[in-house]
Design a protein around this ligand. Structure first.
Ligand code: PLP
Length: 332
């Protein structure tokens, strides 16, 4: 196997995947099967009633040749939370971590060098083959994990134009912290409209002026020495990268303010030289280059602090800086 990175993000999978089934009221031992296809009843609960959630995390090839997972326990805990909120069977942490580690070991030859990585996509679906269960949770489920070598999601130095959306929400407010496909389906019309009408790369959802997050990543404003981001609520996804960035920013001497802020405050700060970043596993940290607010494009004057914070996080991931917070799990 070669360590090349496919041109399209997430288009090539390691040939095998671990599958954990929940049947007869219990999680069954892991089985390994081809990642080419999956056999399901066409009546499977997930396909009709959206009983599905997923995760995204990465394994990195470090400078010393070791392969590490970045904060896998945080992703496992978040999927357990998503499962509870969707009334799906809650995966067992230990078997889940073992499956992740074993998958990375088996796919070790496919883990690319920096700045690329092996992206892991655990997926949990309700599998009851009964289309009459619209108002009943699935009593059976599958948890499987795909592994996919990936490059940078957004190229360093490329434009990141955000449409500030104040009218529509990304998803129903009580579902925001669930990492599920349904929330992406809900955001898609606004994401497509922003691309078509404004050439925007992403939508920053700010219902009634409350700055929340984009369709697939968290958002922070860097105003001088202060990093400002919305405090954790049910309305948006609690990113592992968000948490890592806030921790690293504190180490770098920033003041971290988890507080609500409005589009008016954002606009005034950016016009006065503030920076802004998107954070998420796929893109790590993407500095924003401009905002479209009420039809007017406002450039962000600098991306310097954003790139410096990005480097501080990726240096830990690739082993160029000390892992002070115990975020790395050594795989092989
Ligand atoms: C996954 C995701 C994020 C980023 O979370 P990370 O744990 O940092 O990858 C942000 N917003 C949404 C809607 C997401 O689905």
């Amino acid at each position: 196997m070669s360590r090349t990175v496919p041109a399209v993000f997430g288009s090539v999978f390691h040939q095998e995947m671990p599958v954990l089934a929940y049947e007869n009221g219990a999680w069954q031992p892991v089985r390994w099967q081809s990642a080419q296809d999956l056999t399901l009843s066409p009546g499977a609960h997930a396909l009709h009633y959206g009983s599905e959630c997923f995760e995204g995390l990465k394994a990195f090839r470090q400078q010393n040749g070791h392969i590490v997972l970045f904060r896998p326990q945080a992703n496992i805990e978040r999927m357990r939370q998503s499962a509870r909120l969707l009334h799906l069977p809650v995966p067992e942490s230990e078997a889940y971590l073992n499956a992740l580690v074993e998958l990375v070991k088996r796919a070790a030859d496919e883990v690319p060098d920096a700045p690329a990585a092996l992206y892991l996509r655990p997926t949990l679906i309700g599998t009851d083959p009964v289309i009459g269960k619209a108002g009943t949770p699935s009593e059976t489920a599958l948890l499987y994990i795909l592994a996919s070598p990936v490059g940078d999601y957004f190229k360093v130095g490329s434009p990141m134009k955000l449409l500030v959306e104040t009218e529509h929400m990304r998803c129903a407010p009580h579902m925001g912290r669930v990492k599920c496909g349904g929330n992406y389906a809900s955001a898609l019309p606004w994401v497509l409209k922003a691309k078509e009408e404004h050439g925007a790369n992403q939508v920053l959802f700010c219902p009634n002026g409350d700055v929340q997050e984009t369709g697939a990543s968290n958002f922070a404003l860097i105003n001088g020495n202060e990093i400002i981001t919305k405090p954790l609520t049910d309305e948006f996804l609690h990113g592992v990268t968000r948490d890592s960035v806030l921790t690293v920013a504190k180490d770098l001497g920033y003041t971290v303010s988890e507080r609500n802020f409005t589009v008016d405050e954002l606009k005034a700060a950016v016009e006065n030289g503030a920076e802004a970043i998107l954070t998420g596993t796929a893109a790590v940290i993407s500095p924003v280059t401009s905002f479209v607010i009420k039809g007017r494009e406002i450039p962000v004057q600098s991306q310097e602090r954003g790139y410096a914070i990005r480097k501080a996080v990726t240096d830990i991931q690739y082993g160029a800086a000390e892992d002070k917070h115990g975020w790395l799990v050594d795989v092989c």
